[in-house]
Design a protein around this ligand. Sequence first.
Ligand code: COA
Length: 176
Amino acid sequence: MIQQPDCDRPALVAPEITMADLVLPNQTNYYRTMFGGDAMAFMDKAAAIAALRFCRLPIVTASSEHIDFRRPIHEGEIIEALARVIYAGHSSLVVRVHVYGEKPLAAERRLCTTGYFNMVAIGANGERLPVPCLLLEDEQARCEWAMGERIHDAIKERRSRGSTDRLLMPEAPPES
Ligand SMILES: CC(C)(COP(=O)(O)OP(=O)(O)OC[C@H]1O[C@@H](n2cnc3c(N)ncnc32)[C@H](O)[C@@H]1OP(=O)(O)O)[C@@H](O)C(=O)NCCC(=O)NCCS
């Protein structure tokens, strides 16, 4: 068991959470496969549960990274998310989410979508709350931590440049 470097707060192992549902007709497109937006909402919720179970603090979603819709999930299939905190910063967490589609009668499961969600712990007055340190219990946790660290560093770099925020953030509409 290894504690993440440079962290002197209490350290915890992050549990993997699973969340399952059935894909209903109102969640599908012309091809009767699941809408990306519904899949992302499902992933965001799974990420929130994983983060809450880890830190037990109020959190918000700050951003998501690298969401890849690799294979479609079909109407009537079981959708299942496996989510785990893979990196803890000072007040932010990176949560990895893997989404599987499963044919309910054949018990065949395949990895369909992957993504990373950044959650930030904030208090009632908007102040950042320190999250626990992460205990890395095995080789997989160590590999995933390295990925989470890369994501966190890339976000810091992006925010320090401010480039995308300034280029993509529209001006506030004029008051009518
Ligand atoms: C997310 C939010 C709290 C960040 O506020 P901020 O003042 O810019 O944050 P700070 O600069 O103090 O950074 C705090 C932490 O958040 C992280 N962070 C900030 N913006 C981030 C982003 N866009 N993506 C990922 N992480 C981010 C920082 O890296 C930092 O992490 P660390 O403490 O682990 O080093 C703020 O932008 C917010 O409240 N957004 C709305 C969230 C929301 O409503 N989500 C629901 C979606 S509709």
